[in-house]
Design a protein around this ligand. Structure first.
Ligand code: UD1
Ligand code: CA
Length: 476
């Protein structure tokens, strides 16, 4: 938490940011614009935008082009009320041109401008601050560099012996000698607005790709006070250009989420076999077994156990809940002490009160189950309101769909639903009623009644012996 004083000084320093997100991302070989590809449940571009906001940038101008409307919609939904502005780059003429497209959105602004790439989801606020702090006297530029074992695909940083970084040369324009340079441009810049607009107007497209390269700013800055290279960690600044790099970024971000959960007291049995979306919450002393996936706005309380292979999507799990292996829980709410699975499926709008037991091969959809109610084996409950202490026998089915509409089932407190009951909805079972096993129930049952909805059993004594005698006679 920043102290009030720090907050005040942060407010005093102006900061703006530009996030470049107009490119198609040809190397992804996908119909979806690169920055919309998901990393831990959010589009890649969300991360640099969010980090710029966290660093105190206002506004953050997002330059959009390919699927620009979708990018805008996604960001506005994920960051409601944030000081975002959007600028369109109709044709992708290069990174320098993209930054120029943001100029009208920053009219009248003076001060430092952070420039980030929409394809760098691993950036941290600390990195942004380091680059900002490296900026020399106003009027120039700092940019992030990193040293890579394999610098392929990145712009190489060429230093002059006397004056620091002299220029950035893109892979396609580099000589074989320059390609050996392992210090590369990370694509993160901090420049003064005035320097930026003045210098950008001088960038041309005389290069292998006939694009306006933002990286030319470094050579142009060298004419003046010169640019400063700020070394950052490749773990934070690596870009995503293809599907493999997307998977690596997702893995790295997931590892970070796991790390922070473990720091807050969650046991993750194998962080390498754990998947979580950005923003999931888990309470301390919860144990997460291998191959669990937590998605969306999931919140799990303390002292739970989440069994191997379970997938939980945007659900609220109360304290002390046990989810046994291979359960799938989607947009549901589970109160304290519930026990679910193995192999259970909770579909959207399922609400379980305290201590509910849902066993193997039970599917629940859009239903509320009262405290202590149990459905332990092979059942389907849909559009049902079930009271407290109900026992739902093995094989019970609510027939909620009549081919046209979904109909509700009401089951009162303490009802005993015998195994293999078929409850044809709409239907209401009164408190404490007993439903005989194997019943097909089409009419409501008053409280305290026994209901039987099945054919009476017929037993024919000696039938087998008689049949065999008849067969033997026929054979003669
Ligand atoms: C860029 C840098 C390179 C650096 C690398 C770091 C240039 C010329 N090169 O290369 O030195 O090592 O990033 O990751 O800047 N974009 C637009 N409009 C455009 C072109 C690009 O908005 O006209 C956006 C893209 O959507 C992307 C970002 O800018 O989010 C970077 O573009 P990309 O094509 O990925 O650049 P690189 O080739 O990786
Ligand atoms: Ca890139």
């Amino acid at each position: 938490m920043p102290s009030p004083r720090q907050r005040k000084s942060a407010r005093k320093t102006p900061l703006a940011a530009i996030v470049l997100a107009a490119g198609k991302g040809t190397r992804m070989k996908s119909r979806r614009a690169k920055v919309l590809h998901q990393v831990c449940g959010r589009p890649m571009v969300y991360y640099p935008v969010k980090r710029a906001l966290e660093a105190g940038a206002a506004p953050v101008v997002v330059v959009v082009g390919h699927q620009g409307e979708a990018v805008r919609t996604a960001l506005e939904a994920l960051l409601p009320g944030a000081p975002l502005r959007f600028a369109r780059q109709e044709r992708q003429l290069g990174t320098a041109h993209a930054v120029l497209c943001a100029k009208p959105a920053l009219r009248g602004y003076r001060g430092p401008v952070l420039i980030l790439s929409g394809d760098t989801p691993l950036l941290t606020v600390r990195t942004l601050r380091a680059v900002l702090a490296a900026r020399p006297a106003p009027g120039s530029l700092a940019f992030a560099t990193m040293v890579l074992e394999n610098p392929e695909g990145y712009g190489r940083v060429v230093h002059s012996p006397e004056k620091g970084p002299a220029l950035i040369v893109e892979e396609r324009d580099a000589t074989p000698e320059e390609r050996k340079i392992q210090e590369v441009n990370a694509g993160l810049y901090a420049a003064d607005a005035e320097f930026l607009w003045k210098t950008l107007s001088r960038v041309d497209a005389k290069n292998a790709q006939r694009e306006f390269y933002l990286t030319d700013l470094v050579a142009l800055a060298a004419e003046g006070p010169g640019a400063v290279a700020a070394r950052v960690s490749p773990v934070e600044a690596s870009g995503v250009n293809d599907q493999e790099e997307l998977s690596l970024a997702a893995r790295a971000l997931t590892r970070r989420i796991a790390q922070s959960l473990m720091e807050s007291g969650v046991t993750i049995e194998d962080p390498e076999r754990f998947d979580a979306d950005e923003g999931v919450e888990v309470g301390p002393d919860t144990v997460i077994e291998p191959s669990v996936r937590l998605r969306g706005a999931t919140r799990i309380g303390p002292g739970c156990r989440i069994g191997q292979g379970s997938v939980i999507e945007s659900s609220e799990i109360g304290p002390g809940v046990q989810i046994r292996p291979y359960s799938v829980i989607d947009r549901s709410r589970l109160a304290e002490g519930c026990l679910v699975g193995p192999f259970a499926r909770l579909r959207p709008e399922t609400v379980l009160a305290e201590g509910v037991h849902i066993g193997n091969f039970v599917e629940v959809k859009k239903s509320r189950l009262g405290p202590g109610t149990k459905a332990n084996h092979l059942a389907y409950l849909g559009d049902a309101t079930v009271g407290a202490g109900v026992n739902v026998g093995c094989g019970t089915i609510t027939c909620n769909y009549d081919g046209e509409r979904k109909n509700p089932t009401f089951i009162g407190d303490g009802v005993f639903v015998g195994s293999d009951s078929i409850l044809v909805a709409p239907i209401r079972i009164g408190k404490g009623a007993y439903l005989a096993a194997g019943s097909t129930l089409t009419e409501s049952v008053p409280a305290g009644s026994l209901a039987l909805g099945r054919a009476r059993q017929v037993t024919k004594r000696g039938w087998v012996r008689k049949r065999n005698a008849a067969r033997a006679a026929a054979r003669k």
